[in-house]
Design a binder for this molecule. Structure first.
Ligand SMILES: [Zn+2]
Length: 447
């Protein structure tokens, strides 16, 4: 058995995939922005051995393996979206059996996964989906059967019966008697289990039943007993505090539907709870009413088929307007951005999340974070290292440091000058291997 096989086994234990071994590669003469929020390193080189970063230095690079000239380029860690919902899980095959259905769902999901890679995103956390869809996709990604960002997934959410989020695919816990359902959910080995506590639902009207604090505490304990982290959808500080007291590990959205108390940020910091930013879901649903052209940017055109862009501009737009969500989210957005800025200033670990399904939204989120008053270099940390912290994978992912997996993005323009330059992706590496962007199943490659 070669050392490489031993390494593969070790990594399997961490739930992280290792593609076939890459040759030694050195990226030379590049400006390194390592994801930790520190100053950029000029004329740097990064040596990759197999799937990891093996050495970093400046000046003349070591003469080992293939050399990639990074002159005039910028190297950042692969971006991480800590809140996505990959599309395709509801597709039912018209004819044929289960195998056709799996194939149809995969065919629908792979282009959107390719859109993430093209956008420089090398890890996504699917924060609510159908278990028989997302876990096989995750398995396919880890087995190297599909070209995809690393997939982390919760599967179905855990919700209170008849409460918000209790729709198809959810695991419903109304009392301890339902814990066998939770155990069956845990048998899928979710990377992080997501609970829902939202008495207000989508419209801000208090109406939905939620867990009792005691039931929530027991359920979270049951998840932790399997060594699995937890996150939670909450609308306000009240539910956030209840979840944190019950032992939750992270928040799937800011607690920003109403203003938080002055003491809340320090409490979140003290408890060590990272928060997924998810401004884009609110911003897109708010802004599409007046600006359906937002789906026609170069990155959207490159990655999203025209039919899907049109669907966003028509059917989806009408749904958001008619349901009142556009108006509601328009009212909420300024408070959410104030909350993001205050959270950051008070030392809360923010992790980029979009609550959307397409790669370009990660760049919208970066812009919204910077627009909130956070510096681009901090926004990049939020989109990389902090994402790994959110997922509990920071020992392997999230920054360009010796020993970590080599998930890297090379840019042609400086993202610390202007965060929209994070869209200037020229190369993407996952586990030390360069992704062939020209082979991705995307409109930009259709000829
Ligand atoms: Zn979500």
């Amino acid at each position: 058995m070669t050392p490489c096989h031993l390494l593969a086994i070790a990594l399997c234990g961490l739930g992280l995939s290792m593609p076939a071994a890459a040759a030694d590669t050195v990226i030379a003469h590049v400006t390194l922005i390592d994801g930790t929020g520190g100053p950029a390193l000029q004329d740097a080189w990064v040596h990759l051995a197999d799937d990891r970063v093996s050495a970093i230095g400046t000046g003349a690079p070591p003469k080992r393996g293939d050399e990639i000239d990074g002159t005039g380029k910028f190297l950042i860690p692969g971006l991480i979206d800590t809140h996505v919902h990959i599309g395709g899980g509801r597709i039912r095959a018209e004819i044929g059996g289960a195998a056709d259905e799996v194939a149809a769902r995969r065919a629908a999901a792979v282009p959107s996964l390719h859109g993430y890679l093209y956008s420089g995103v090398t890890s996504v956390y699917d924060s609510g989906n159908f278990e028989d869809f997302i876990f096989p996709m995750r398995d396919a990604e880890r087995a190297g059967e599909i070209v995809s960002p690393r997939i982390f997934a919760t599967g179905g959410v855990v919700a209170f019966p008849r409460g918000y989020g209790s729709g198809p695919g959810a695991t419903l816990i109304g009392s301890e008697e339902d814990f066998d359902a939770l155990d069956r959910h845990l048998d899928w080995q979710p990377d992080m289990v997501k609970f829902i506590i939202d008495p207000q639902g989508r419209r801000g009207i208090p109406e939905s039943p939620i867990f009792t604090p005691e039931l929530l505490k027991q359920a979270i304990g049951r998840v932790h007993a399997r060594g699995i982290r937890t996150t939670v959808h909450i609308p306000t500080e009240v539910e956030a505090r209840m979840a944190i007291e019950a032992g939750i590990d992270a928040l799937a959205h800011p607690a920003a539907r109403t203003d938080t108390s002055a003491e809340f940020p320090a409490y979140v910091v003290e408890k060590g709870i990272p928060v997924s930013t998810t401004l884009t879901v609110f911003s897109n649903i708010a802004k599409v009413a007046d600006n359906p052209g937002m789906f026609d940017t170069p990155l959207y055109r490159a990655t999203l088929p025209e039919e899907e862009r049109n669907r966003q501009k028509t059917t989806e737009r009408e749904r958001y307007i008619d349901s009142g969500m556009s108006a509601f989210f328009t009212r909420m957005l300024p408070g959410m951005q104030r909350n993001i800025r205050a959270s950051h200033d008070n030392g809360i670990t923010l992790a980029l999340g979009t609550d959307r399904s397409f790669g370009p939204t990660v760049h919208q989120e970066l812009e919204l974070i910077v627009e909130s008053g956070i510096s681009p270099v901090e926004a990049i940390r939020i989109a990389t290292l902090n994402g790994a912290i959110y997922l509990g994978t920071e020992n392997d992912l999230g920054s360009i440091e010796v020993g970590k997996l080599a998930d890297l993005v090379m840019l042609s323009a400086d993202p610390t000058e202007d965060v929209t330059n994070a869209q200037s992706v020229v190369a993407v590496f996952k586990g030390g291997r360069e992704i062939d962007l020209s082979m991705l199943d995307l409109p930009v490659n259709a000829h």
